[in-house]
Structure formats: structure tokens, C-alpha cells
Design a protein around this ligand. Structure first.
Ligand SMILES: [Zn+2]
Length: 414
């Protein structure tokens, strides 16, 4: 066949021999075979193995490659099975595709890169595959890239959290590196066994390297962490404390609203309902209208306004320098205890019990903004993964997007 070098260049096939090319129903089919030294290798360990049989492969297999302009391109090659000492009888590896895939590596890397950088619609339309297929591709790319650059390296300060997806039907444990801001591990589940699985994957030596673990005050997280990471300081995620304060504030708001309604003060009840978002927001982010609502609450309901100030003050603690923050925490606890606001008294009690873990977060400068931002990002990706075939595909998309495992575009890597 003439012009082999041009074909090789166009297809980016370094480790294959091109035999023929033909057009079939408007698509281009290129017949290829692995170079001699690439043949008969196990797809898992890449060792050369004795051949086993032709598999189901009287019929050659096809792999979708990147389009040539507007034309679909397929690679075609016969396959056979090899017998690996470690991995048993498996279909032999081919240098242009990942094991079990019917797309080339260049095609998959491009699809994964697009899944991270563009909209769902754009990936599917541009690559001419559906979103579910993108999920399968993300999984294979994650496994490949994860093996190449171990995300669990050099962890010193981590956060462990649980995330619910698909309206609370699936739960996942996620682990974040506070130093790089990267997602380093995720697994379906919300129990001790899942946390233990992470620690086992990390291994004993690396568990000892961990200096700080932030998490929710849940036994199923803190216990295995304390047992395995003996040099780690366990601190409470600011995110959960700030959320508890918001919940306490909301409880008061509902109480006050119910009282107003029962007393027949329809106008006040309506105002309180409308003030919900003003109460939740950071003061510096309030709109003029919301500021007005707050001023009105201060006027008509001292109790609710005190609750608002208590919640804001607690949020402020995670934004101050440690020394000031510790003093403010002390003052806050005193104030909350004698506030005559039951939800805040309860919260003060809880915070007193958890105080060493909270102070650890403050002295180690664990800001709430960073932790909350990571949580939001993970949730967004999880929602984006809607339509995938399994939670693993969702995790793969998250690891590619937030774990630094996104492959470069094929030409970048060359
Ligand atoms: Zn093998």
C-alpha cells in the first residue's frame, strides 16, 4: 500500500503497521496490526505471553478513531487471546486502545478532556457518541491515568466527607487534599468499611505521614482515622459547624413565623418568610432589599435578630487569624449559653463537647470558604454525571475534573 507514512501520521499510530484502507458506507476503515514487539501482550501487565486461541475472533474487531474532518474513521484488526501467568486467558493488548474499549486512546482522551472542559451536549455532539458512552470512557481513562500518577502520594492534610447524590439515593465518601485542593479519592458508601478501605489503600506507611484530618464528628469516620493515622490531628470541618449554626437560625425563624401566624399577624409572617435568604447570606453579599428586610427584623423581632447575629458571628470565626478566632469562640460560647435561644444553647453545648476538634481546625487555619467551595464543586460534578450507568462513572468524571487526572489532548502529549 502506498503512502503508509501519511496514514501513520494522520492516525498517530507509532506502534502499529498499516495494511490497507477502504471506504465502507461513507466511513473510512483502516486495517492495522500491532508491530511485532507489541504483539501477544497481556493488557494488564503488558508482559509477552504465549498465544491461547483466536477468541471469538474469526471476525476482526473495530475501534473508532478520531474523525478525519467530517468522516468517521475505524481501525480494524483481528484479535486473539493470550494466556498470562498472572491474569489468565485474556484478549491480547493492542497499542492503540485501552483494554475492553472500542475506541482508540486518542479518541478517549479527547472525549474525556471535553467532558471536563465543555458542556455535556458539546462532548456528545462533537464526538458523535452519547453521554452514557462518555461515562464508560471516563472510567477507563481514570483507571489508566490513576495508575500513571498516584493521587494518594504526599498527603499531609486531608478532609474526609460524605456526599449524597441523586436526591439522597447514593452516598459517597470523598477525600480531599487540603494542600493542593484536589479530590484524591472517592468511593460509594457511607460507613466505616468505606473509610477503612481508603486507609487500606493508603497503606500503613502513608497513614503515618498524615498530619491533619478534617471531617464531620461521625464515629464511623473519626474512629478508624484515629486508629490508623496515629500522627494525625483530627479536626472538625468548619463547613459542618457553620451549617449547624444556619440550621439553628432557621429553627428560630420558623418558630417566630409560626407564632406570628398563630397570633394572626399575617403581614409579619409574610415578611419573615421573605427574609429567609437575607438571613442565610453573608452580610457583605446582601442586596439593598435584603438589607432592608434585616433592618425590619431588627425592629420587629429582637429574638430572631439575635439569632442572626449569633449565626454570623460563628461564621466569622473561620475567617479570622487563629488568635482572634479562639478569643471570639470563647466569647461566642458565653453569649450563646445565656442567649435564651434554645437551638443556640444546644449548639453551644455541642461545640463545647467538640471544642478540641474545632480549635484544631482554627489553629491550623482550615478556612470554611475553601472546604465549602470544594464541597460545592464535587456536588456540581456529581449532578453533571446524571445519566451515567454507574456511580463509578460519576466518580471518574469527578477525579478527572477535580483530581488532576484529566489527560492532555492527544497532540499536547506528543
Ligand atoms: Zn498479565
Amino acid at each position: 500500500m502506498r503512502g503508509r507514512r501519511i496514514w501513520k501520521l494522520l492516525l498517530g499510530l507509532g506502534r502499529a503497521v498499516i495494511e490497507d484502507a477502504f471506504i465502507e458506507q461513507e466511513t473510512l476503515v483502516v486495517k492495522v496490526r500491532p508491530k511485532a514487539r507489541e504483539r501477544s501482550r497481556c493488557p494488564h501487565c503488558r508482559r509477552r505471553c504465549p498465544g491461547y486461541d483466536q477468541g471469538d475472533g474469526a471476525k476482526p474487531k473495530r475501534w473508532r478513531a478520531l474523525d478525519f474532518g467530517t468522516t468517521l474513521v475505524y481501525l480494524e484488526s483481528p484479535t486473539h487471546r493470550v494466556s498470562c501467568k498472572r491474569h489468565g486467558v485474556v484478549v491480547a493488548a493492542v497499542p492503540w486502545a485501552r483494554h475492553g474499549s472500542s475506541f482508540t486512546v486518542a479518541f478517549e482522551d479527547t472525549a474525556a478532556w471535553l467532558a471536563v472542559h465543555t458542556s455535556k451536549k458539546a462532548v456528545a455532539a462533537l464526538m458523535r457518541i452519547n453521554w452514557r458512552t462518555v461515562g464508560w470512557i471516563c472510567e477507563r481513562v481514570m483507571v489508566d491515568e490513576g495508575a500513571r500518577r498516584d493521587p494518594l502520594q504526599n498527603l499531609k492534610r486531608i478532609g474526609i466527607d460524605e456526599i449524597s447524590t441523586a436526591k439522597g439515593q447514593t452516598y459517597m465518601v470523598v477525600v480531599v487534599d487540603h494542600d493542593t485542593g484536589r479530590l484524591v479519592w472517592a468511593h460509594p458508601g457511607r460507613d466505616r468499611a468505606t473509610v477503612e478501605r481508603f486507609l487500606a489503600e493508603l497503606g500503613n506507611a502513608r497513614c503515618q505521614e498524615i498530619k491533619l484530618v478534617s471531617c464531620d464528628d461521625a464515629d464511623w469516620i473519626t474512629r478508624p482515622v484515629r486508629e490508623r493515622c496515629q500522627n494525625a490531628l483530627v479536626c472538625l470541618d468548619p463547613f459542618h459547624i457553620v451549617k449547624a449554626a444556619t440550621d439553628a437560625l432557621d429553627e428560630i425563624r420558623r418558630e417566630v413565623w409560626n407564632e406570628a401566624r398563630r397570633a394572626g399577624e399575617a403581614q409579619l409572617a409574610k415578611e419573615l418568610k421573605g427574609a429567609r435568604f437575607a438571613l442565610w447570606k453573608n452580610p457583605e453579599k446582601l442586596t439593598d432589599g435584603q438589607e432592608l428586610k434585616l433592618a425590619r427584623i431588627q425592629q420587629v423581632n429582637q429574638r430572631l435578630f439575635r439569632a442572626y447575629l449569633l449565626a454570623q458571628q460563628l461564621r466569622l470565626i473561620y475567617r479570622l487569624a487563629p488568635k482572634k478566632a479562639l478569643a471570639l469562640l470563647e466569647a461566642w460560647l458565653k453569649w450563646a449559653r445565656r442567649s435564651r435561644l434554645e437551638p443556640f444553647r444546644k449548639l453551644a453545648k455541642r461545640i463545647t463537647q467538640q471544642r478540641p476538634m474545632i480549635e484544631a481546625a482554627i489553629t491550623n487555619n482550615l478556612s470554611n470558604a475553601a472546604v465549602e467551595q470544594m464541597n460545592t464543586q464535587i456536588r456540581l460534578i456529581m449532578r453533571r454525571g446524571y445519566g451515567f450507568h454507574s456511580p463509578w462513572a460519576v466518580i471518574a468524571l469527578a477525579m478527572l475534573s477535580l483530581g488532576g487526572l484529566c489527560p492532555p489532548l492527544p497532540a499536547e502529549g506528543a
